[in-house]
Design a protein around this ligand. Structure first.
Ligand code: DX5
Ligand code: ZN
Length: 234
């Protein structure tokens, strides 16, 4: 699944860019919310979500890079958000935050930063629709992909399989046609991409098409391998 991040979109023509992403086959739109405290940058508020809700049918997932996500959930939910990704870091009551998201009838995901181990997710995974492995330090678009996160994506995938709970493994940061095969090979099922989609010289539709082709090819290559592993274990 592909989730273009609008952080790198042209905000002067945001509706048009999101429509292009929808036409190009995006599965959802990733909205990065930053408060200048949790991360050293400011970005979008609920007003943007309210405007986007009118111009796209795609689900809007809200990545809350904020110190106090609980205080903002209601406003974003009313604005038309479909799911929330909240960070493990700095949240002493993560379970409560997840319960609040559920009570609002929205999808719930937890994101972990590059230095945070996969193991912290063990108790919360059964409550989640999504886990997000940050493949850059959050705060800015167009940063280089951190290859050191690859083994962690594998560990998160194992954890999800072990709990036998339907939970997507999402990656966010530095994803392009070169890094997409690596993350898909490691077990990611949802790819967030900002600059690779909205910064592409050939345009949003072409960029999404290229990413989709790479993801599909990697998944097809992985299938025979999976089957032979099953055969070996029989
Ligand atoms: C980083 C954000 C990402 C970012 C991705 O703090 O959470 O969603 O916009 O942008 P790229 O794909 O350019 O790394
Ligand atoms: Zn994000």
């Amino acid at each position: 699944m592909l989730a273009p991040s609008i952080l790198n979109a042209d905000f002067a023509r945001l509706g048009q860019q999101v429509a292009e992403a929808e036409g190009g086959g995006a599965d959802r739109i990733h909205v990065d919310v930053m408060d200048g405290h949790f991360v050293p940058n400011l970005s979008m508020g609920a007003a943007i979500v309210q405007s986007l809700r009118r111009v796209t049918r795609l689900p809007l997932e809200i990545h809350m890079m904020v110190t106090d996500p609980d205080s903002l959930l209601d406003g974003f939910a009313e604005a038309g958000s479909d799911s929330f990704l909240v960070h493990w870091e700095g949240n002493h009551h993560l379970h409560r935050t997840v319960q609040r998201i559920r009570a609002l009838g929205k999808g719930a995901g937890v994101a972990i930063n590059p230095a945070t181990p996969a193991a912290v997710l063990e108790e919360i995974v059964p409550e989640l629709d999504q886990v997000v492995v940050m493949t850059v330090n959050p705060g800015f678009g167009h940063q280089p992909f951190l290859r050191t996160t690859l083994p962690k994506i594998e560990r998160v995938r194992e954890l999800v399989e072990r709990t036998r709970h339907a939970c997507e493994v999402e990656v966010d940061g530095g994803i392009d046609a070169a890094t997409a095969p690596l993350v898909v090979g490691a077990g990611a099922s949802v790819l967030v991409a900002g600059s690779a989609v909205f910064g592409d010289r050939e345009g949003v539709v072409a960029a999404l098409g290229r990413l989709r082709a790479v993801v599909d090819a990697t998944q097809q290559e992985a299938e025979p391998e999976k089957q032979s592993t099953v055969q070996r274990s029989l």
